[in-house]
Design a protein around this ligand. Structure first.
Ligand code: NAP
Length: 351
């Protein structure tokens, strides 16, 4: 398919189209060369309204595209003609609806946590584990379910992947500073977050500690054999609009020079770059030498918001190294990551 414009675009729907992630899907899909939005779905209170009326506050940097503004929001029922359904539903409705769509023959590409750790569902990061897509063949559906990792997991695993491959990793300690848009709309009350940091995000630390083992796992005998990497995470909500920053300490399996680590990050390139997928970043990782970088405000949108920014690599005595990672939670960590998953599925014939 190779990044060329298709004669006929693949029709896609969006579940949870009115929320933070749903709106980002709309923004990213509006001029997509392969996919075309044909259905927008949300909760009962939005059903029947025009999209522009159902969305409480349009979050896009450009005005709402006029040809989606008047689309009537539908209920989450698999009763329309379309191939891929992107899910930006909360966990509750995701549990209710995603399997119904997969059973009815749709390819469900989800951001919700509910199926991430199912043994026959890929927890996909195209730069890391494209071979895990094979799991789809063991699914009991006419269609399929493919998931994205948690929005903090994604930045961490992309930063770790070249180090894991080149040097081996023993253990990781990570402290996250997570943006407000990660909590959905309207999210955290202003009086709770202005002049404050909240040292708790429900369920988040477990996800960051456990999802990487599956993502880094190997596909053997039609199953994922989990990697044994050991991770400890502490997750905090901070008053930043978009972009999760993570402070990482890690112990490697061998002694390595600082310049070898930076070179491994800078040289890292993978399947989406090789296939030239439309939403693939040119480089998955950017390393910054400046002591003050990366910062959410300045680096989150780098390379379409799909790249991970890293800086502040230092050798230390408790762990071997520490560094800082930044990724855009709504793009790389949610809608953009899911679209890249669907692009890989289209290119590799999994639709
Ligand atoms: P959100 O802003 O709260 O949006 C939730 C969406 O789900 C809305 O479109 C809402 O529709 C719809 N919805 C709620 N209850 C429903 C129901 N019973 N039936 C049908 N639709 C229903 O949340 P979000 O931040 O976009 O997150 C969406 C999903 O992505 C969650 O699973 C979240 O964990 C995951 N995620 C989020 C991020 C992030 O950075 N925000 C990153 C990665 C993953 P109405 O407008 O009609 O209520």
């Amino acid at each position: 398919m190779k990044n060329k414009k298709l004669n006929k675009k693949i029709p896609v729907g969006i579940l949870g189209a009115t929320g933070m992630v749903g709106q980002k899907f709309v923004e990213l899909l509006i001029d997509h060369p392969w996919f075309e939005i044909v259905a927008l779905m949300a909760s009962e209170k939005s059903v029947g309204k025009k999209y522009k009326e159902a969305v409480k506050m349009w979050q896009g940097s450009e005005p709402m595209p006029f040809h989606v503004a008047d689309i009537k929001v539908r209920e989450c029922k698999p009763n329309f003609d379309c191939k891929i359904v992107f899910s930006a539903l909360d966990a509750g409705p995701a549990e209710e609806f995603e399997e119904k769509f997969a059973r009815a023959g749709y390819s469900v590409v989800s951001n919700a946590r509910i199926h991430r750790m199912d043994s026959n569902v890929p927890l996909l990061v195209p730069e890391i584990n494209p071979d895990h897509l094979e799991l789809i063949k063991a699914q009991p559906y006419k269609g399929s379910i493919v998931t994205n990792p948690n929005c903090s997991t994604i930045g961490l695993v992309i930063a770790l992947k070249p180090l894991l491959d080149n040097f081996g990793i023993e253990k990781v300690n990570v402290v996250t500073l997570q943006a407000l848009s990660g909590a959905g709309y309207p999210g955290v009350a202003s009086l709770d977050i202005v002049d404050n940091v909240i040292p708790f995000i429900s369920g988040e630390e477990d996800k960051v500690e456990n999802e990487p083992q599956k993502i880094f796992g190997s596909y053997v005998n039609k199953k994922i054999k989990y990697n044994d990497i050991s991770i400890s995470a502490q997750c905090n909500r901070v008053g930043v609009r978009h972009g999760h920053l993570e402070c990482v300490n890690l112990k490697l399996k061998q002694r390595v020079r600082e310049k070898d680590i930076i070179q491994a990050w800078r040289r890292f390139s993978s399947e989406p770059q090789k296939l030239d997928l439309p939403l693939a970043s040119k480089h998955p990782i950017y390393y910054f030498e400046d002591d003050c970088l990366p910062q959410p405000k300045y680096q989150r949108d780098i390379d379409k918001g799909m790249a991970v920014s890293i800086g502040r690599l230092q050798r230390k005595h408790i762990f071997d190294y520490k560094f800082v990672v930044l990724s855009h939670n709504l793009i790389r960590g949610a809608a953009g990551g899911a679209i890249l998953n669907a692009e890989l599925m289209a290119e590799k014939g999994y639709l």
